[in-house]
Structure formats: structure tokens, C-alpha cells
Design a protein around this ligand. Structure first.
Ligand SMILES: C[S@@+](CC[C@H](N)C(=O)[O-])C[C@H]1O[C@@H](n2cnc3c(N)ncnc32)[C@H](O)[C@@H]1O
Length: 210
């Protein structure tokens, strides 16, 4: 199935309201980020669509979802890869992981799982390599740790310094293409020397946000 069509179908099969906390559900249809608490948001649907179209996910692939938040993107990705594939979500907020895990179980998406991100590492190196990596938090620089978890010919989409970037790995070389438009996202937390997480708010972009 062509990428755009598949993304639309997977999003329609995964109502956003089902992945929002009760009091926020009335905002599900609004094309804007929705607050999940804990400094996190459920991303803006049009932004998710753009990122997933850039990610070009195929059935049977292994996908890493960095910043799984509500579990909504994890569930959409699970529908894109189908039961022959695998999706691993990582999230720094424990409470969000618990809620997301419950929603994925409820929806019968047993080939998708979510876990709390380890304090001293990005992604899920123990489950690598991944054919695709989706990052839903703003990076200040290309995260080498995630590049190292990409399979050969793999592809990663992430917000990078206010723009969406599509990174392809070919023969060990990372090619970075920037998509048009400015974006705002929750910052990608990286670990400091003692394992403490650091993050900062990136001031760029006003045209769309997470
Ligand atoms: C835009 S929000 C969540 C979007 C999510 N995909 C959804 O559909 O609800 C981005 C998330 O990234 C998480 N995050 C930030 N740095 C992270 C890291 N290093 N590892 C995992 N998650 C991270 C934040 O806690 C936040 O929940």
C-alpha cells in the first residue's frame, strides 16, 4: 500500500481520543498538541502524519518510538508494521508508560510494547537494530546513540533544531534531509555525565508544534 494511504488508514484505525486521559479527550479532534501532564504532550495530528509519511514504514519492520508519551504513535506504528513487525516505545515518564501499556493491551497490539527509558542511554540498544526510528522530542544535535541503533538502510525521522529531519543510513553514512516548516517539540532529554537527564526548551519554530 502506498505510504500516505497506509498512514491515513492507520491513523483512522487509532482514534486519538482513546489515547488521551479522560479530561483531555474533548480536545482529541483539535489539530494541536494536547497536554498529558508531566511536561508531556500528545503530538499534533498533522505533525504526526507528516512525520509518519516521511518515515515510510512497511509491514513486518522493527520500529523504535522514542518519546512514546500517550502511546498513540506507538499504536499507529503497530498498525503500520502489522503483527509480523515489532514496535518498541521508550518514554522517560513512568506514569505515561503505564497508561500507554494499558491502552496497547486494550487494543490488542501485542507486537508493540513500551518501556521506561534508562537514565544513561537513549533508545533501546538491547532491542536494536531497528528499520525505522521515530523521535517525538526535539534534539539539539543528531543523536549518535540512535543512529547506532538503525539497521543498514534504516531511516530515522526526528525534530532537529526546530525542523523535521529525515536521516537515512546508507553504507554506514548518515544522510540528513530537512523538511520544510518550523516545529516546536518537548526537548529530547539526554543523560549528563552522572546519568541525570538534561533537557532544554528550544525556542525555534512557530508554524506548527508537537
Ligand atoms: C511530544 S511528547 C509525546 C508524543 C507521543 N509520541 C504521543 O503520541 O503521545 C514527547 C515525549 O518525549 C519524551 N522524551 C523526552 N526525552 C526522551 C528520551 N530521551 N527518551 C524517551 N522519551 C523522551 C517526553 O517525556 C514526552 O513524553
Amino acid at each position: 500500500m502506498p505510504g500516505r494511504e497506509a498512514v491515513g488508514e492507520a491513523m483512522r484505525a487509532t482514534p486519538r481520543a482513546d489515547y488521551l486521559p479522560g479530561p483531555a479527550r474533548h480536545r482529541a479532534a483539535v489539530d494541536a498538541p494536547v497536554d498529558l501532564g508531566h511536561g508531556s504532550t500528545c503530538s499534533q495530528p498533522s505533525t504526526v502524519r507528516t512525520m509518519l509519511e516521511l518515515l515510510d514504514v512497511h509491514e513486518g519492520q522493527r520500529v523504535l518510538d522514542v518519546g512514546s508519551g500517550s502511546g498513540w504513535t506507538t499504536a499507529i506504528l503497530a498498525r503500520l508494521v502489522g503483527p509480523a513487525g515489532r514496535v518498541v516505545g521508550v518514554e522517560v515518564v513512568d506514569e505515561l508508560v503505564q497508561d500507554a501499556a494499558h491502552r496497547l493491551r486494550r487494543d490488542g497490539l501485542a507486537h508493540a510494547s513500551v518501556r521506561v527509558a534508562a537514565a544513561d542511554e537513549l533508545g533501546a540498544p538491547d532491542a536494536a537494530p531497528f528499520d525505522r526510528i521515530l523521535v517525538s522530542a526535539m534534539a539539539g544535535e543528531l543523536p549518535d546513540a540512535l543512529l547506532g541503533q538503525l539497521a543498514p538502510e534504516g531511516l530515522m525521522v526526528l525534530p532537529l533544531r526546530g525542523r523535521l529531519a529525515r536521516v537515512t543510513l546508507t553504507a554506514g553514512h548518515a544522510q540528513v534531509d530537512r523538511a520544510p516548516g518550523g516545529y516546536r517539540f518537548v526537548p529530547l532529554q539526554t543523560s549528563g555525565p552522572s546519568g541525570h537527564r538534561r533537557g532544554r526548551r528550544w525556542p525555534w519554530g512557530r508554524e506548527a508544534s508537537d
